[in-house]
Design a protein around this ligand. Structure first.
Ligand SMILES: C[S@@+](CC[C@H](N)C(=O)[O-])C[C@H]1O[C@@H](n2cnc3c(N)ncnc32)[C@H](O)[C@@H]1O
Length: 231
């Protein structure tokens, strides 16, 4: 039996409590990904692993019609409270096909800091390709392989599943570290076209709030983010 990767119970509550203000999520990953999304007004968007609903709320506020799926019942509850009925959210394990979605039924999909948790990534990418319309876009952010190398050491080229302690260190997240080569080639092998790759740095407003975090995240990347197109 595989260890669960969805953020259940206390881990879900911890993520929900911090995702709104964390230097990593609120000031680095999310602003970068939302910039990559561009104008989403009128777009139908799938939020893949919607967590506490921060993306779903923001994309809805920008005029998108959002469907979000999440594997943790704890986080789904947080997300529902967050979006105030502005997005359709439901429980779904991303190791399973996206059977709820018709072919070519989405203009875009956002998969923020979820990809590295998923084992059956070939299936997930195939399903995302199926549910996106031709010329639809897919945004994926993930942990930067050099950040993982710093956390876990060993070989940069390791594909190990690891546990990264977070918060008070009694909690940890479980994911697979991937070299850049593996990450990018999986996306290309699934038939997506790479349009843009960025190594997000925090926005200027973090400097006022937490200068140490701002400086740290400007020195070494935590995340990678890509914009892909479904041909
Ligand atoms: C780092 S959080 C990111 C959440 C959200 N995308 C954001 O950026 O705020 C990772 C999310 O992936 C979800 N997740 C991990 N494995 C999953 C799976 N197999 N099925 C569905 N969700 C999963 C977790 O429960 C968690 O909400």
């Amino acid at each position: 039996m595989h260890k669960a990767t969805a953020y259940h119970d206390a881990l879900g509550d911890h993520f929900a409590e911090h995702a709104g203000t964390s230097p990593y999520n609120a000031y680095t990953d999310r602003p970068a990904m939302l910039r990559l999304a561009g104008n989403v007004s009128g777009a139908r968007i799938l939020d893949v692993g919607c967590g506490a609903g921060h993306y779903a709320a923001e994309l809805s506020a920008r005029g998108a019609q959002v469907v979000g799926v999440e594997g943790s019942a704890t986080l789904l509850r947080h997300a529902q409270a967050h979006v105030h009925g502005q997005a359709e959210l439901f429980l779904h394990d991303l190791e399973e096909p996206l059977g709820f979605a018709a072919d070519a039924s989405f203009d875009g999909a956002v998969c923020a800091l979820v990809y590295e948790h998923v084992r059956n990534r070939v299936q997930l990418l195939g399903e995302l390709r199926r549910v996106l319309r031709p010329s639809g876009w897919l945004l994926i952010s993930t942990t930067h392989p050099t950040a993982d190398w710093g956390h876990f050491g060993g070989s940069y080229f390791s594909h190990d599943w690891r546990d990264l302690p977070i918060g008070d260190r009694q909690l940890s997240i479980h994911y697979q570290r991937l070299p850049l080569e593996t990450f990018l080639n999986e996306l290309l092998a699934a038939g997506f076209v790479l349009q843009q790759l960025i190594e997000p740095r925090p926005t200027a407003d973090l400097r006022e709030i937490d200068e140490a975090a701002y400086n740290k995240l400007h020195q070494a990347p935590s995340f990678l983010a890509v914009r892909l197109q479904r041909p």
